[in-house]
Structure formats: C-alpha cells, structure tokens
Design a protein around this ligand. Structure first.
Ligand SMILES: [Zn+2]
Length: 158
C-alpha cells in the first residue's frame, strides 16, 4: 500500500545573516520571520507526510498559539511526525522538494541538505531530492520578500 502527500509553506524574510533549511544553517543576506525556528523545508515536509495519511497539518499538531512551540526545533517536530506515521504503519519511500527563492543559492549546499533531511527521516539520501528555482524576479518571492517550499512525498506501508 502506498500513499502520496503534498506540502507547501511560505515565510516572510527580512534582512539577516542566514536561515536553517532542512536542518542545515545556510548563510545569506536574509533570515526567516517565524514563530518556530522557521525551518520552512521541514514545515513543508511535515505537511506532506501528514497529508499523505490524512492526519491534518502542522498547524493542528503544533499550533503557533502554543508557547511550547515557540522557537521549536523543526527537525525534532519532523521526527515526531515520522513516529506518528510509523504508528499508522507508514514510512517515507521518497521525497521531492522544490525551494523557491532568490536567496540563498541552494546548489552549493544541496547534497549536505539532502543528507540532513535523510538523517531526520531515517531514509537513504538517494530517496531525498532537493531542487530549487527562482521566480525570475517576479512577484513577492522574486523581490526577495519571502521564501516558499513545495514537498511531495510517497509513503509506503511496512
Ligand atoms: Zn512554516
């Protein structure tokens, strides 16, 4: 039995010195504005995993009105989502991500980020794909006002 899920997240950015993406600190001229640690990559991954099993979304599981999740470590929350999926009998088969932003440049850190994500999901890194694109300077993302991540995941029963 297999199930498919998709996740999407957007965060505002402001001038800063970098951001955590997929558990990896990536220096750049921006930082993410968020209630949690703002790791948008794990936010999209969690939503895709939860979506695949129709378990709601991260807003329901980890409400941003709850002070327990202020500054929360998104890698840790992702491990929790993984455990929840395991309890339901499913684990990640493969994951495909697209990061949309002008900065940072993802290419140079792509493989390290894949390994970081693979470690959290306890999945071989060749099952994790990280792609990136700009929006050709169009719209809010193109003006460098935000960053977005799309995630597709295939879950398989074990
Ligand atoms: Zn988010």
């Amino acid at each position: 039995m297999i199930r498919i899920g998709q996740g999407f997240d957007v965060h505002r950015v402001e001038p800063g010195d970098g951001m955590t993406l997929g558990g990896l600190w990536v220096p750049c001229r921006y930082q993410i504005v968020a209630h949690s640690d703002g790791d948008i990559v794990f936010h999209a991954i969690m939503d895709a995993m939860l979506g695949s099993l129709a378990l709601g979304d991260i807003g329901q599981l980890f409400p941003d009105t709850d002070s327990r999740f202020k500054g929360a470590d998104s890698a840790e929350l992702t491990r929790e989502v993984r455990r929840l999926c395991l309890v339901k009998g499913y684990s990640v088969s493969n994951l495909d991500l697209t990061i949309l932003c002008e900065e940072p440049k993802v290419g140079p850190v792509r493989d390290v980020m894949r390994q970081c994500i693979a470690d959290v999901l306890e999945t071989p890194p060749d099952q994790i794909s990280v792609k990136a694109t700009t929006t050709e300077r169009l719209g809010s993302l193109g003006r460098g006002e935000g960053i977005a991540v799309m995630a597709s995941v295939l879950m398989r029963a074990h």
